[in-house]
Design a protein around this ligand. Structure first.
Ligand code: CP
Ligand code: NVA
Length: 315
């Protein structure tokens, strides 16, 4: 009988906080939650949500995941708690981890997230930072596995800004041995340390390619993935980035260069006619809403591998 196994690392701050085996395990647990083959209870467990940036999917999927597990969430809006007043992270983390059983944090700096984890006595989950979005990548690879059964020979091409979403796709790609191609304008390449870490993990260095040419990157790809050009916190760069990313839109022309059975992914929210056309987002190739649904199942699985629950099937 499949049971969630506790992750060796207490926290999930980065895609590299799981081993390859643990990543596959989370995906398997997620598939079982999705197919309603698992019934784990986290009665009275509380997930604290600290979101310094807006969110629809991540916040709600965590809330629903905890609710389905019999637990609950506390949404600690930084503007109405003392966080917004500048209470030090080390104090907030020590207090909240005495009330909550796990914390999911969306913030700007990865170092702030790490500071929370350092002072929290309970697991901390990265709900998006400027550097990574590991919960998103869990759902993304779950969606890819649903489509292609396994990751053998899958080519994932990300076209857009080489920041949080791209960084996590790269790191998970390295863990899973998936060929990942990133196409971005010059100056918007993924984080150098992320690339270095990925190359250290990949057994074959040809499996990670960074290019400034979306047409080359799209050739024969099985998955075309994009994200917004201007991320949260970059609102003042919108005009400049719209110009720099001209030519990086996933449109019919680019899709025609990919494999004929290619699927389209987007983490959402999307700006139609910027990074993706409406036609492609709404096309038969799009798995974007399946991907969004999988956030729920993947996070339910993640929580069950971080918390102690009761397996209700055990009687
Ligand atoms: N993809 C994603 O993280 O969406 P939200 O910003 O709505 O949480
Ligand atoms: N790169 C985007 C992802 C949104 C889910 C951002 O950081 O705003």
């Amino acid at each position: 009988m499949l049971k969630p196994i506790k992750l060796v690392n207490k926290n999930f701050l980065s895609s590299l906080d799981t081993s390859t085996e643990e990543f596959f395990h989370i995906l398997e647990i997620a598939e079982n939650f999705k197919n309603k083959n698992l019934n784990i209870e986290f009665k009275n467990k509380v997930l604290g949500l600290i979101f310094d940036k807006s969110s629809t999917r991540t916040r709600v999927s965590f809330q629903v995941a905890m609710s389905r597990l019999g637990g609950t969430t506390v949404d600690l809006n930084p503007t109405t708690s003392q966080i917004g007043r500048g209470e030090p992270i080390r104090d907030t983390a020590r207090v909240l981890s005495r009330y909550c059983d796990v914390l999911a944090i969306r913030t700007f700096k990865q170092s702030d997230l790490e500071e929370y984890a350092k002072w929290s006595s309970k697991p901390v989950i990265n709900a998006l930072t400027d550097l990574e979005h590991p919960c998103q990548a869990l759902a993304d690879y779950m969606t890819i596995k649903e489509e292609f059964v396994d990751f053998k020979n899958v080519v994932l091409t990300f076209i857009g800004d080489g920041n949080n979403v791209a960084n996590s796709l790269i790191l998970c790609g390295a863990l899973l041995g998936v060929e990942v191609r990133i196409a971005c304008p010059k100056g918007y390449e993924p984080n150098a340390l992320v690339i270095q870490k990925a190359y250290e993990i990949y057994q074959n260095e040809n499996l990670l390619k960074i290019t400034n040419d979306p047409n080359i990157a799209a050739l024969g790809a099985n998955v075309l993935y994009t994200d917004v050009w201007s991320s949260m916190g970059e609102e003042n760069k919108k005009e400049e980035k719209d110009k720099r990313f001209n030519g990086f839109t996933i449109n019919q022309d680019l899709v025609s260069k990919a494999d004929e059975n290619a699927i389209i992914l987007h983490c959402l929210p999307a700006y139609r006619s910027k990074e993706i056309t409406d036609e492609i987002l709404e096309s038969k190739k799009s798995r974007i809403f399946e991907q969004a649904e999988n956030r729920l199942h993947a996070q339910q699985a993640l929580l069950s591998c971080l918390l102690d629950g009761v397996d209700l099937r055990a009687g």
